[in-house]
Design a protein around this ligand. Structure first.
Ligand SMILES: [Zn+2]
Length: 221
């Protein structure tokens, strides 16, 4: 499926009436977080395709921004028309999706930050759904939609941009074909954005990417 994946930055090329010409035929919209809802909603309304999202660590802030003027107090908790994938799985066409929001905890704000121990609990919550996938389709999942990268892959040494160590055993065991993330803003051309880890392609999608996502191979045994 041809997916438009967005993250972290409102991209003028996409936030314009010419988006359909720019992106071509799209089957699926995925958001890896830290985006204002109006932007996600705009893209959904223009492309009219299924959309899934996870919150970034700044997710809560962006909620409040979405209500302006008279309805400033009437804030939204999710972008309209998009499904929150955090802690959930979904099947879209042939693709098995799952999501894990937020970043590693680096201060005491109430935003979507988790210690790695808490992220393990988020992963544990996914397991019954992944088992159901495995029984029904022969594989656990194809795409993990995350905000943060895994530890040691595309992450950075400062506390706010360290990746989750728990994503590494997750990839080794559940073998998603893709782990899509944002959170790491790219200011230099030469930063690595695609890394193969075991059977998973880890891809930093900041600020957007169009990818042909294929389902994983059915595992034996
Ligand atoms: Zn972030």
């Amino acid at each position: 499926m041809r997916a438009l994946i967005i993250s972290d930055k409102v991209e003028p090329i996409l936030y314009s009436g010419g988006i359909c010409d720019r992106v071509g035929k799209i089957d699926l919209i995925l958001s890896c977080g830290d985006l204002p809802f109006y932007y996600i909603e705009f893209i959904i309304s223009m492309l009219n395709k299924p959309a899934y999202y996870v919150m970034g660590n700044h997710g809560r802030e962006f909620e409040y921004q979405s209500g302006k003027g008279d309805d400033a107090w009437n804030h939204q908790t999710s972008p309209q028309g998009a499904v929150n994938l955090h802690g959930h799985t979904a099947k879209e066409g042939p693709l098995l999706l799952a999501g894990l929001e937020g970043s590693i905890r680096y201060n005491d704000s109430a935003e979507a930050q988790y210690t790695d121990f808490e992220m393990r609990w988020n992963i544990a919550g996914l397991i019954p759904r992944l088992v159901r996938n495995r029984l029904r389709y022969g594989r656990w999942l194809d795409v993990l939609v995350a905000h943060s990268p895994p530890f040691g892959i595309h992450d950075q040494p400062d506390p706010a941009h360290r990746g989750f160590p728990s994503f590494l055993p997750f990839m080794r065991f559940f073998k998603p074909r893709y782990l899509l993330h944002g959170h790491i803003h790219l200011y230099r051309q030469n930063l690595t954005t695609v890394t193969k880890y075991q059977q998973t392609e880890v891809i930093n999608v900041y600020p957007f990417r169009i990818l042909e996502l294929e389902p994983g191979v059915v595992a034996n045994g």
